[in-house]
Design a protein around this ligand. Structure first.
Ligand code: SF4
Ligand code: SF4
Length: 66
């Protein structure tokens, strides 16, 4: 399954509200592949299994799978 991409990588014409750093995506990740280390996001592709749990919990459509 495809790996997730962190919020800053999204690029569409869709109106996107800013990430408000609720960190639900980080908490939902079962493998700790996704992390926010202020001021940067880290996505460890070697840990991401493409489950999309991070996208499911985001209140805005900020994370997408590639
Ligand atoms: S797709 Fe799954 S494993 Fe990958 S960053 Fe999101 S929650 Fe973590
Ligand atoms: S769940 Fe969405 S809004 Fe919350 S920190 Fe993650 S990307 Fe940002």
């Amino acid at each position: 399954m495809a790996a997730a991409r962190p919020p800053s990588s999204r690029n569409t014409d869709e109106e996107i509200r800013p990430c408000h750093l609720c960190l639900r995506c980080v908490e939902a990740c079962p493998t700790s592949a996704l992390a926010y280390e202020r001021p940067r996001w880290r996505l460890d592709l070697s840990l991401c299994m493409g489950c999309r749990d991070c996208t499911a919990v985001c209140p805005n459509p900020l994370i997408q799978s590639s």
